[in-house]
Design a protein around this ligand. Structure first.
Ligand SMILES: *[C@@H]1O[C@H](CO)[C@@H](O)[C@H](O)[C@H]1NC(C)=O
Ligand SMILES: *[C@@H]1O[C@H](CO)[C@@H](O)[C@H](O)[C@H]1NC(C)=O
Length: 365
């Protein structure tokens, strides 16, 4: 009896939180507002929003008031009105000398002038577009259009911890780029191009630790997570350690590694690979890191429930270290996985099959 009362008292103090996420789609003009209840461990579709176009990459600004997206030939911004509704504000056609290259990734600067950086992939080179925003954070106009070199195909961007360097992961060009960011205008200037250590490494996405000593890069071609040391003076990168994102002996040609992200408190990192074949799963992995961001160990390499399709993009919760969202385009779903220290497991799955979902997700709260 005493136990039962204790249990009832305890459960009375447990308050469920409904977390909100937005999910983009590769080839359907919809954006989904999704809710995740962290007590009942359920995912629900809260709103099916018809958009201007399909948006295969979405990101939020630092205040979570605006959502920036890519489409084939343009960048768009939506004002976030509530945790379930957005209002289209602006679409800007991409600019530059990069025929047949399509908008693939956007990243916003979290400090003034809050410029937004977009990059294109495919064709025979990538273009970068620097966009200004108005006082509410909606995209305003392209203030700089710059080129990478012939043969480049940049797939991911990140901003250095002092907000003074833009790093680009050049998948087709098998390299990483560093550009300095002008703190007044947000415009960029070339600093360095660092070739990947081996032919066919194909760096796809990059994340920098907030202390600025290390960067983490996913090699799509060789299916590795690679730790880079950042030079304290000139901000250039040198590879230091690498870890597998597929099991030993598995053929690299059957997989294409995807994403790397820091957990909420920056105490560990998530990374994923995708499988090219629908009957074979992709993988999710986590790494423990030191205070300064050095990788200490790989914690696990666990198969995902599907190949991931074109996604298997991880989006760590922005309020807790416990949960990470993962999107899949083979079946069209979003899942929440829980991190339990030494392993990870799926706790909720939501089917968003509409013929084009799901690209990537972003936590609103
Ligand atoms: C780049 O691609 C365009 C269109 O696909 C083509 O016309 C052009 O010759 C290519 N340029 C180079 C240098 O490969
Ligand atoms: C969202 O609505 C569209 C119709 O506007 C529909 O085609 C699509 O299947 C819906 N998505 C989901 C996941 O229900």
């Amino acid at each position: 009896m005493r136990f039962l009362i204790a249990l009832l008292c305890y459960s009375g103090h447990v308050t469920a939180t409904l977390h909100h996420l937005f999910v983009g789609a590769f080839s359907s003009p919809h954006l989904y507002a999704v809710g995740f209840d962290d007590q009942s461990l359920t995912l629900t579709l809260l709103n099916n929003i018809t958009t201007q176009d399909s948006h295969f990459w979405i990101t939020l600004d630092h205040q979570k008031k605006n959502l920036y997206t890519t489409s084939v030939n343009s960048w768009s911004s939506y004002a976030i009105e509530t945790s379930e509704t957005v209002q289209h504000r602006k679409t800007i056609p991409l600019e530059g000398n990069c025929i047949d290259s399509q908008a693939i990734f956007v990243q916003s600067l979290p400090v003034s002038p809050y410029t937004v950086y977009g990059v294109t992939f495919g064709g025979n080179r990538s273009c970068g577009n620097v966009m200004s925003v108005d006082h509410e954070g909606s995209l305003s106009r392209i203030i700089q259009s710059f080129d990478y070199q012939i043969g480049s195909g940049v797939h991911g961007l990140t901003i250095g911890p002092n907000h003074d360097v833009l790093y680009s992961a050049d998948d087709s060009g098998n390299s990483l780029w560093a550009h300095s960011i002008n703190s007044d205008t947000g415009q960029v200037e070339f600093l360095d191009r660092i070739a990947a250590p081996n032919y066919g490494s194909d760096p796809r996405h990059i994340t920098v630790h907030p202390k600025g000593k290390f960067a983490y890069v996913v090699f799509e071609g060789t299916n590795k997570l690679v730790l880079y040391r950042i030079d304290p003076k000139d901000k250039t990168l040198a590879s230091a350690k690498s870890f597998p994102l597929i099991p030993p002996g598995y053929p690299n040609s059957e997989y294409w590694s995807d994403e790397v992200r820091l957990s909420y408190s920056n105490s560990y990192i998530w990374a994923t690979s995708r499988s090219h074949r629908s009957s074979y799963p992709g993988y999710i992995s986590a790494f423990s890191i030191s205070e300064t961001g050095d990788i200490l160990s790989q914690l696990f390499l666990t198969p995902t429930t599907t190949s991931g399709g074109m996604a298997n993009a991880v989006a760590p919760s922005t309020s807790s270290d416990e949960f990470v969202a993962i999107t899949d385009s083979e079946k069209g779903l979003i899942q929440i996985w829980r991190f339990t220290g030494r392993r990870t497991e799926v706790v909720a799955t939501l089917d968003l099959r509409d013929g084009g979902c799901c690209a990537n997700a972003f936590w609103y709260d």
